[in-house]
Design a protein around this ligand. Sequence first.
Ligand code: ATP
Ligand code: ZN
Length: 213
Amino acid sequence: MTAPIRIALQKSGRLSEDSYQLFKACGIRFDYGTGKLKSVSSNFPAEFLFLRDDDIPGYVEDGVADLGIVGENVAVETGRNVSTVHRLGFSKCRLSIAIPRGDAYNGLSDLEGKNIATSYPNLLGTYLAGQGIKAEIHEISGSVEIAPSIGLAEAVCDIVSSGSTLLSNGLKEVETIFRSEAIMIAYPGLVAEKQTLLDQLLFRINAVQAAKN
Ligand code: ATP
Ligand code: ZN
């Protein structure tokens, strides 16, 4: 019997519900939301691991999980060696630079020498280097948007969807540096049997997406 394909999903967060609904729409049943770390599908050779999203690229790079669903922002930021096998079209958001609403802004050069707080130092560093801007990147793991009001930074670079969080923290969006959506990533060295299961899964996902459009 073929070993099941192992799929890492976010345990609880903005990717979780849509990830689950995707497999459900593909006719793949498994227990979800029970608090367990692992669940085996009752009707497809797959088992699901529930993890923090930041840990998923590492598990997939190491082959502990064969597949994973993460935001492209996290996949790129972690820089892990994984293959992107499908774009899923949900959890769309952007990574943007924002500054206090009252500050003047005439372009990227206004960021020169500024201290920018972010949870995405690699994405921001690459972007600024590409634009020839030298700024201080201050890495913080959460609540980035309050950094300017407490004097921790002069600007932030954070995930935005509607912009309401920025607004309520007295910030305005000045540059978008990355656009993201949920993607499916895979271990680059999948054995033939697992590749076959992935192909079957992608066939179902394509059918689900085609039916939606
Ligand atoms: P975890 O506890 O698993 O580490 P987290 O708090 O880091 O979760 P979430 O806020 O659940 O992460 O976001 C997961 C992903 O969903 C993000 O990496 C991003 O790709 C996307 N995302 C984040 N915020 C939004 C948003 N407001 N709208 C849509 N998608 C978003
Ligand atoms: Zn996370």
